[in-house]
Design a protein. Structure first.
Length: 139
């Protein structure tokens, strides 16, 4: 028969694990100015990127947004589908109009937002398969 201490330890483990649960990705049709500004602020803080991020981009246009809530912490993850260009550190952020950079195309940028700390962190930048050879195009 398990000891009371073992049962209590298991209950604590189950409770702490349940608090870390995240929901699935939800499509968010409101790519409003506040979301765009959060993305640009996170992109500008290159020193806070996750270690696995090896691409830097400027964003010309936000095309899509998906959100994912982390229930216990109040944190959220944001998956931005953007049109942008691969750039050097000094050009990270918003792409200026009519600017030519290599590797322009569509990217997914995942930003993790900690609501308690008020911080945003870029956790992933990945190129989508269809990349153009050069210029970001204007509308």
């Amino acid at each position: 028969m398990p000891s009371l201490r073992a049962l209590f330890g298991f209950a604590l483990l189950a409770l702490s694990t349940a608090q870390e649960v995240t929901t699935g990705w939800t499509s968010d049709s409101s790519t409003n100015d506040a979301n765009k500004e959060m993305l640009l602020a996170a992109l500008d803080d290159v020193s806070a990127y996750s270690d696995n991020v090896d691409a830097l981009v400027c964003v010309y246009e936000v095309n899509t947004l998906e959100t994912q809530a982390v229930s216990a912490t109040g944190a959220a993850n944001y998956n931005f589908g953007v049109t942008g260009c691969k750039v050097d550190t000094e050009f990270v952020g918003r792409c200026p109009d009519l600017t030519t950079f290599p590797s322009c195309g569509n990217y997914n940028i995942v930003v993790s937002s900690e609501s308690k700390a008020g911080t945003n962190k870029v956790t992933s930048i990945t190129a989508q398969k269809s990349m153009s050879g050069g210029k970001c195009r204007t509308k």
